[in-house]
Design a protein around this ligand. Structure first.
Ligand code: KG4
Ligand code: ZN
Length: 345
């Protein structure tokens, strides 16, 4: 063991990133390796599970080896091995889970199972140790959009979730409609920079005055109708649109998603009397969302404390897995070698 530090090796394979990281004492990042498969899935406009699974299999060993080399550690320095075992694509999760279980068996290390969404939230806690309670957390990723009442890294109560498309999924699908490259989030954000967010009045689906759930499929369909006509019989107008028109649609779409996320977060703040707001997940990399949430938090007197995941740790990574696992390690929450992947969670 390296001094008194608790080094945890984290493994993440829930979607299309094969990642491994070593984090000491929950916050000291010793290495972070992410092998993105974005190029493999780009031509399909979304993640193809079988392709993801095969790529994880090819990448998992070199990625883990590189994370230990970069951290300048050997297996003797590793206190435990953590893996995200839910939620995600079952055929992708199983690669990380099997790798983690095998290493635990061969190296005689304890295994820690981590919920991928809770780990996203942990990315916002990497730098802040004292949380002013109550706290609400907004997690916005490709597969999920959730609001939590957060007591600490391990105690989370779900307040609301998406009932159809997640925010990131809507970004990816709208990018496909607009012929923008995959992954859609960064492409829409880039296109939106030169667009007018008020150009098209896309709907803001709020699901009733008290709801904390999310629905983004209506916004996505509205963009589709806007581009192809209500009857969907029209040609895809996008190919004949100029850059400014595309930028206006991207900016208007982004503004409607951000408005919904902000309104739901505002409701959650009011509901739990939150003093702190946390933001994590792939869509948390979006500057318009980060700015709007900052504005919301500053609109209160006193202002709400805002903890946002650093940009490199918004999209899938293993630092968040190893960091959350440290809290489970301290609490003695270990998994056994019968651990299975779970698609839902
Ligand atoms: O958390 P994540 O890496 O994977 C899942 O757990 O799903 O999130 C990926 C999602 C994708 O839908 C991607 O388009 C979106 O995050 N995303 C963004 C941005 N960067 C990534 N969405 C909006 N703006 C961004 N800058
Ligand atoms: Zn994720």
């Amino acid at each position: 063991m390296n001094g008194r530090q608790i080094n945890i090796l984290g493994i993440e394979t829930s979607c299309d990133e094969t990642a491994a990281a070593v984090v000491a004492d929950g916050t000291i990042v010793k290495s972070s390796v992410v092998a993105s498969q974005a190029k493999l899935h780009a031509k399909y406009g979304g993640v193809v599970p079988e392709i993801a699974s095969r790529a994880h299999l090819e990448n998992i060993y070199p990625v883990i080896a590189e994370s230990l080399t970069n951290a300048k550690l050997t297996k003797a320095d590793v206190a435990a091995i953590a893996v995200a075992n839910q939620p995600g694509l079952a055929v992708a999760l199983i690669v990380g889970v099997t790798a983690a279980k095998t290493l635990c068996l061969v190296w005689d290390k304890p295994l820690i199972a981590v919920n991928h969404l809770h780990a996203h939230l942990q990315s916002a806690l990497l730098t802040e140790h004292e949380l002013k309670l109550p706290a609400v957390a907004l997690i916005v990723s490709g597969g999920h959009t959730c609001l939590y009442d957060c007591q600490n890294a391990l105690e989370l109560k779900l307040l609301g979730r998406c009932i159809d498309d997640a925010a990131g999924e809507a970004f990816d699908k709208v990018a496909t409609i607009l012929n923008l490259p995959y992954p859609g989030g960064p492409s829409i954000e880039k296109a939106a920079k030169t667009g007018n967010p008020c150009a098209v009045d896309f709907p803001r689906t709020l699901l009733g005055p008290d709801s904390l759930d999310f629905s983004f499929s209506g916004i996505k369909t509205a963009v589709l109708y806007h581009c192809r006509g209500q009857d969907m019989k029209g040609v895809n107008n996008v190919s004949s649109m100029n850059q400014k028109q595309i930028a206006d649609i991207a900016a208007s779409f982004q503004a409607s998603v951000v408005d919904v996320l902000i309104e739901k977060t505002r409701r959650a703040i009011e509901k739990v009397g939150a003093k702190t707001v946390l933001l994590g997940g792939g869509v948390a990399a979006n500057t318009a969302l980060r700015e709007a949430l900052t504005k919301l938090c500053q609109s209160y007197v006193p202002a709400k404390m805002l903890l946002v995941a650093p940009k490199p740790y918004c999209t899938d990574n293993a630092v968040m897995v190893a960091s959350l696992a440290y809290h489970k390690f301290k609490a003695g929450l270990f998994a056994d070698l019968t651990l299975e992947p779970k698609a839902s969670g």
